[in-house]
Design a binder for this molecule. Structure first.
Ligand code: FBP
Length: 308
């Protein structure tokens, strides 16, 4: 094909952008955006690692998640505690951000997640996260990063993938990083892989997240640092954060998982229940910070913070 024809072809692509992902032409410059870089630094320290506090549970699981320490149902109370203890960022949905985002002070990043679901929906509804708000809403709330979930392999994957692509494309154009909660989930995943935490499907989700434009990826622990390092490799340089999971009765067990993530090349963790379901979350947060930022052994970190 002659150069002229190549050029005409390119022009045709620009005039008729593919409809599938988004009607907007991807702005490649956005990926080198100063805004994205500056906002990423509000979460990640110089070592490229972060501990982010998650609190979308009141919606996603219901307020019962706060019953172990009921005063934490008040977002202002728990955010004050976690920021004082030194977390690098806080993640929440837009409604609670309206009430409590002001408490996320200083150099900490605010991550606003635009998709969710309640635990009340019947059946297959559990396999879809719906969009609650738009990129502009997150920006008005002062977000430094914008998050959305994709349940890879769900019967509703197509809806969530398009939602994410739209959010990512628009946020990138405005200089905002996007975070994908990349969770393989649904009957097909269980049938083919046995467990949604099987590293083969977790790394598939991480790669799919990178392919759809994520600047940070949050996903499940795969059970060992060897397998998690494959997830990190599959993400092709996009930072991978652990999704905390249910509260571990023994704090050391959770610190060991986070230490495995760091040893595997992961960028840190986004943690909810292992923090807010503790009467005094400070020692756990400080121990996590030791493991994530100072490469301390889990036992050493737990002892230093009085958790053992
Ligand atoms: P946890 O550390 O409590 O697991 O929080 C992380 C998180 O992704 C939350 O953001 C979200 O509400 C929850 O886990 C999702 O949990 P589930 O796996 O039950 O959908």
């Amino acid at each position: 094909m002659s150069r002229k024809h190549e050029h005409e072809d390119d022009e045709a692509k620009t005039l008729n952008p593919p409809k599938y992902i988004s009607p907007r032409v991807i702005n490649v410059d956005a990926y080198q955006s100063v805004g994205i870089r500056r906002r990423m630094r509000r979460f990640f320290r110089r070592n490229g690692r972060a501990l982010i506090f998650a609190m979308d549970h009141g919606f996603e699981h219901g307020p019962t998640d706060f019953e172990p320490v009921w005063e934490h149902v008040n977002p202002k109370v728990i955010i004050k505690k976690v920021t004082r203890a030194g977390v690098d960022g806080v993640m929440m949905l837009p409604g609670i951000a309206r009430v409590a985002a002001d408490e996320v002070r200083g150099q900490r990043g605010l991550m606003v997640k635009l998709t969710s679901k309640t635990a009340l929906r019947p059946g297959d509804g559990q396999l879809l996260q719906s969009q609650l708000a738009f990129v502009e809403d997150a920006i008005k709330l002062g977000a430094d990063a914008i998050a959305a979930t994709v349940y890879w392999g769900s019967p509703a994957e197509d809806v969530m993938m398009r939602q994410f692509a739209e959010v990512a494309n628009y946020a990138h154009d405005l200089g905002f990083p996007v975070v994908q909660f990349a969770y393989p989930r649904g009957p097909y995943i269980t049938e083919k892989y046995g467990r949604k935490e099987d590293y083969r499907v977790v790394m598939y989700g991480a790669r799919a997240a990178a392919e759809t434009g994520a600047d940070m990826i949050k996903t499940y622990w795969t059970g060992s640092k060897e397998t998690f390092s494959k997830v990190v490799d599959a993400a092709a340089g996009v930072p991978v954060l652990l999704s905390g999971g249910a509260k571990a009765e023994n704090p050391l067990d959770f610190l060991r998982v986070v230490s495995g993530v760091i040893e595997a090349g992961g960028a840190g963790a986004v943690v909810g229940r292992n923090i807010f379901q503790r009467e005094n979350p400070e020692p756990m947060i400080k121990a996590l910070l030791r493991v994530i930022h100072r490469n301390e052994e889990p036992e050493e970190a737990a002892k230093a913070e009085g958790l053992l």
